[in-house]
Write a protein that binds this ligand. Structure first.
Ligand code: SAM
Length: 210
């Protein structure tokens, strides 16, 4: 389900269908198996950000079946370090990365991102799309890895609009955490952030200083 209205979402999908055969198949597989992959208008925006930032290294937290990692790798020559802890997802992601012929460009790290992030190299773009209640921890661990002038991108920050609804917030601890994270990010003195109501809500944060 999307944060923006369904007919706008459908309009955007019709306006810009996925041209790449494998990505279209992976999107279908994701939907059929109820894997929460990124929405197409959001990954298209990330694609544009990649063109602007021209990164040499990208870190992704939350691989799932590899849909977004493969999309990122098809956008740039940057090395993609992506992290996943669910064994079933890891198996699927490996299979799909192989199908895409991108084993050399996409490095899949198996395990908990909280342990793996500190072992990764510096990056110009860090995409956070794993457990929503842990976004603050992921940000704190990944902050030293992002180069000044680089960007963080966080998906699902509006979570179907629920973070803006006091009644729903009161019933769901994960949403309260996400809401607190959004406030933390908005006030972060070393990051300049835009919240965008596209897909399920993206936050894009530019790193101003170490
Ligand atoms: C929303 S899905 C990622 C979707 C993917 N980025 C895409 O758009 O194709 C989130 C994934 O993060 C993984 N995940 C959640 N918490 C994690 C953690 N602490 N370490 C590693 N992976 C984690 C989940 O197993 C899940 O597969």
């Amino acid at each position: 389900m999307s944060y923006i209205s369904e007919n706008v979402e459908e309009y955007l999908s019709r306006l810009m269908p996925i041209e790449d055969e494998l990505l279209a198949k992976l999107q279908q597989e994701g939907i059929e198996n109820e894997v929460p992959i990124i929405q197409v208008p959001s990954i298209r925006l990330i694609q544009t950000m990649i063109k602007l930032v021209n990164p040499s290294v990208i870190i992704e937290v939350g691989t799932a079946i590899g849909f977004s990692a493969i999309w990122l790798a098809k956008t740039t020559n940057a090395v993609i370090h992506t992290i996943e802890r669910d064994p079933l997802m890891i198996e699927k992601a490996k299979e799909n990365i192989k199908r895409a012929g991108l084993e050399k460009q996409i490095i899949l790290h198996e395990g908990d991102a909280r342990e793996i992030i500190p072992t990764l190299p510096k990056a110009e773009l860090i995409f956070i799309d794993a457990a929503k209640g842990k976004y603050k921890t992921f940000l704190e661990l990944a902050f030293p890895l992002l180069k000044v002038g680089g960007i963080f991108i966080f998906d699902n920050v509006l979570f179907r609009g629920f973070v803006a609804d006091e009644n729903i917030l009161a019933t769901k601890p994960m949403l309260r955490k996400l809401n607190r994270f959004n406030h933390f990010l908005a006030a972060h003195p070393k990051l300049e952030t835009s919240f965008i109501s596209i897909g399920d809500g993206l936050a894009i944060s530019y790193k101003l200083e170490e």
